[in-house]
Design a binder for this molecule. Structure first.
Ligand code: GLN
Length: 292
């Protein structure tokens, strides 16, 4: 008989936690996350008890996840969750996996949202609800509307809010501003699809498994941002801010779009990797160019 081809020991071989964490095909952190998921415990407990023996069923479930991971499926979809801004969110293949870079958008929005005054916030293309829920957690007095065109995203985002005891966000289906509830918002945020249709990254890594609609609006990647900027001026209260995430090479075009739409104090913010990632600006009284 030939030896087994993968690094998973045979189920009957007295397999321990420690033995499943070894293997150079996948980073130890990813093996730890997969095993923690199968055992339904947190990462720390997995690492604390490497000598724990595992049942055949656990080893088989782990092997199956490991095979799927080695075939490219994102960890967040395999374990059904991802941490964002200190919150553990449920994640399914219906939504974009929240990225660390998007925490910048939350931080920037929080800077524009007073600690206590009753502002209204709109999150366009909420996906898992990550951005809206993170803002809601830190500004519990605010009323937030979070919209997405995909029913499955709206349902998941609402479930995430319930799970995290967030009750100041309303989630509903809308194609950008099409069914916006309020007449005016104080802050509009969005992490829209912005990757250009021809970008080879779309066929690499996690992106292959994520909803295409959440990644790219097609063509040059700016269609969604154009709609968001064009519609924002007429839906922001005077002095209201628009903040959105964009691609690594789109900062200048985003600032131009903001200027054309009447925004002032337009700025680009860099993420932790030093990449231009978020555009922000506010709308002064009387400069509104409505798109109604
Ligand atoms: N920043 C993500 C990526 O490049 C894309 C997210 C988005 O399109 N909003 O992987």
């Amino acid at each position: 008989m030939s030896p087994p081809v993968n690094s998973i020991p045979a189920p009957s071989a007295g397999v321990t936690v420690g033995s499943l964490l070894r293997g150079n095909d996948l980073p130890r952190l990813e093996r730890t996350l997969l095993l923690a998921h199968v055992l339904n415990v947190n990462r720390e407990s997995v690492l604390a008890h490497p000598e724990t023996g595992l049942s055949q069923e656990v080893v088989e479930q782990f092997s199956s996840l490991l095979r799927r991971r080695l075939a490219g499926e994102p960890i967040a979809y395999l374990v059904g969750s991802r941490e964002f801004y200190g919150l553990n969110l449920r994640i399914t293949p219906d939504v974009l996996i929240p990225r660390p870079a998007t925490e910048l958008l939350v931080e920037a929005a929080l800077r524009r949202l007073p600690e206590s005054s009753p502002s209204r916030v709109l999150d366009l293309g909420t996906g898992s609800g990550a951005v809206a829920i993170a803002i809601a957690k830190y500004r519990p007095h605010l009323q937030i509307d979070a919209l997405d065109v995909a029913d499955a995203a709206v349902a998941l985002a609402a479930a995430n809010a319930r799970m995290l005891s967030v009750s100041n966000v309303r989630f509903y289906r809308s194609n950008w501003y099409s069914t916006c509830a309020e007449r005016f918002y104080d802050v509009i945020v969005s992490n829209p699809p912005y990757i250009s249709a021809a970008d080879p990254h779309l066929s690499e890594g996690d992106l292959r498994f994520e909803p295409r609609m959440a990644l790219t609006p097609g063509a040059d990647g700016l269609a969604a941002i154009r709609s968001i900027v064009a519609g924002a001026a007429s839906r922001l209260a005077p002095g209201g801010w628009l903040l959105f995430e964009h691609g690594y090479d789109q900062a200048e075009r985003c600032r131009d779009l903001m200027a054309e739409a009447g925004f002032v104090a337009i700025a680009t913010l860099r993420d932790l990797a030093g990449i231009e990632r978020v555009c922000e600006g506010w709308i002064p009284v009387g400069s509104v160019k409505a798109d109604f």
